[in-house]
Design a protein. Sequence first.
Length: 201
Amino acid sequence: MFHVEQLNTLLQQVRPQLVAYLALLERWQNAVNLVSKSTLPDAWQRHIVDSAQLFPLLPAGTKTLVDMGSGAGFPGLVLAVLTQAQMNPPPTVTLIESDTKKCLFLKEVARQIHVPVTILNQRLETCEQRPSDVITARALASLDQLLGWAKPFLTPISTCLFLKGEEVDTEIASIEHKAVIEKIHSLTHPRGCILKITEVK
């Protein structure tokens, strides 16, 4: 796992794209409720850095990444920017979002900052099989629900990376799925964490 300083150095390399991303976020926010308005003044830390901390946890050789419930693109679109710049070849990134307006926002950001992503405007419950090396999600649902939604994307070697809050221990204790779960302290939230989950059954 990176330290904050290492993460910031990494982000500086793609800063123009991410600054343009946040400018579009602010411009669209009045028309489409993309993020909590209270987070906009500190959007770089609250959304960009929070999403980017997943990057060093991507397994070597990752070829496919699916982001569930992408919303405004956190963490999926931020990871697409970083992988495009840092990995050769970069993985294909698929963003899944049921809200049509948010999908339009994602398409516009991807177009303007020149990041190739696939955007699926559909509900997670209706997704077809799409085997993926990595499945991500942020502030979306309970852990058990996330693992249920991830089923169409899981393979025996898939890794799930979920950004979770302070109720995480309760969620881990109540899951019905068998899996290997590693809890990693968040770099951005004192009571937050990242769950790295493998061998989901």
